[in-house]
Design a protein around this ligand. Structure first.
Ligand code: NAD
Ligand code: WQD
Length: 336
């Protein structure tokens, strides 16, 4: 199959491209490189020994996208391109609405024009807002607590409306929980700009000595040790989930929604321990007040993805820590 991957040089996109190539799909990547590097393409080639076609374009630009669809007969699209920093989205909300929503609208219009109606969309557990009942299943009420989350929620509604209006679309909304880790080769991984917002890249930067200590945001939650509990999913498992979803949407029509998580939560301190084991180093940390907007516990009911497309995670938190650490050591200053 010819699969167009928007945001394919990014963190989750690059790992998914590797899994698609491993399944002998033909991959075309479009990315504006606003949050990733061209070098990722060389890394993908080193891992797979295969080449992808790359266009450095902005998905908001319909004319550029049309050229891609003219040059290739695209069978399915995986749409990762988007801005994703929760904090930044509260500072520059218009940029988030413009980039995430316009890119999706422009992609959908071009797909429609070229009669390509198979789409996988990167949604997020953020669309569940604050939930009190765990695990969270796909029927839970939806809400958003920040502009980034609202872009995901709005796009989900846009895609649902599209499927209601035209039954020939086949769309999967994949709600990722907390993607972490890196490819076991250590060649691709999470490469944040500046000080990381997310837990795991922060821990690896403490381990390598770039940051002095981890701030643990609160130890007074109603959890095993008082620190926040999340559903961490290894990025390679997550990438495999996309391959399953491609099979699903191309064999059964309409809109499907799946949580992609491990179905189990780990606390911040459990993650710290896993990284201490993986790195052989002590991870310095200090308990600080809770981070605004955080919830105590969040993990997925992962059974629907298993029952309907046979997807389940196989990697452990030790794998996540070992692989993230290998990537950090191989790329101390990020991908260059
Ligand atoms: P990432 O920033 O590493 O990758 C996104 C890629 O999209 C980048 O390479 C960036 O350059 C590109 N991009 C952004 N806007 C673009 C545009 N207008 N045109 C072309 N390219 C553009 O992020 P990621 O972690 O790989 O996330 C991928 C998707 O998954 C995003 O939509 C994100 O919101 C979603 N998601 C991520 C997480 C997470 O924790 N990483 C969790 C849930 C959902
Ligand atoms: C994990 C845990 C923190 C950093 C975010 C987005 C979500 C989704 C995934 C895109 C929490 C604690 C963290 C630190 C800490 N992204 N923590 N010190 O907040 O669950 O989810 O990424 O869709 O939308 O909100 O992930 O990695 O930031 O935090 O103690 O320096 O680690 O409080 O319990 P989060 P995270």
């Amino acid at each position: 199959m010819n699969i167009l991957v928007t945001g394919g040089t990014g963190y989750i996109g690059s790992h998914t491209v590797v899994e698609l190539l491993n399944k002998d799909h033909n991959v075309i990547i479009v990315d504006n490189l606003s949050n990733s590097k061209y070098e990722v393409l060389n890394r993908i080639k080193r891992i797979t020994n295969k080449v992808v076609t790359f266009y450095q374009i902005d998905v908001c630009n319909k004319d550029d996208l049309k050229e891609v669809f003219k040059n290739h007969k695209i069978d399915s699209v995986i749409h990762f391109a988007g801005l994703k920093a929760v904090g930044e989205s509260t500072e520059i909300p218009l940029k988030y609405y413009e980039n995430n929503i316009l890119s999706t609208l422009s992609l959908l219009e071009v797909m429609k024009e070229f009669n390509c109606k198979n789409l996988i969309f990167s949604s997020s557990a953020t669309v569940y807002g604050y939930q009190s009942v765990m695990p969270i299943n796909e029927e839970a009420t939806l809400s958003a607590t920040n502009p980034y989350g609202r872009t995901k929620l709005f796009i989900e509604y846009i895609l649902k409306d599209l499927c209601l209006s035209d039954k020939s679309w086949n769309i999967a909304l994949l709600r990722y929980f907390n993607p972490v880790g890196a490819h076991p080769t250590g060649l691709i991984g999470e490469d944040p700009n500046g000080i990381p917002n997310n837990l795991c890249p922060y821990i690896t930067q403490v381990a390598i000595g770039k940051l002095p200590y981890l701030k643990v945001f609160g130890d007074d939650y109603d959890t095993i040790d008082g620190t926040g509990v999340r559903d961490y999913i290894h990025v390679v498992d997550l990438a495999v989930g996309h391959v399953c979803a491609i099979d699903k949407i191309t064999t059964s029509p309409g809109l499907v929604i799946y949580n992609l998580g491990a179905g189990k939560g780990y606390s911040v301190l459990e993650m710290v321990k896993a990284f201490e084991k993986a790195t052989g180093r002590k991870i310095a940390y200090k308990i600080t007040p809770r981070r605004a907007g955080d919830i105590g516990t969040c993990y997925a009911d992962a059974s629907k993805a298993y029952n309907e497309m046979g997807f389940k995670t196989i990697k452990t938190i030790d794998d996540m820590a070992i692989d993230a650490w290998r990537f950090q050591q191989n790329n101390p200053d990020g991908i260059k």
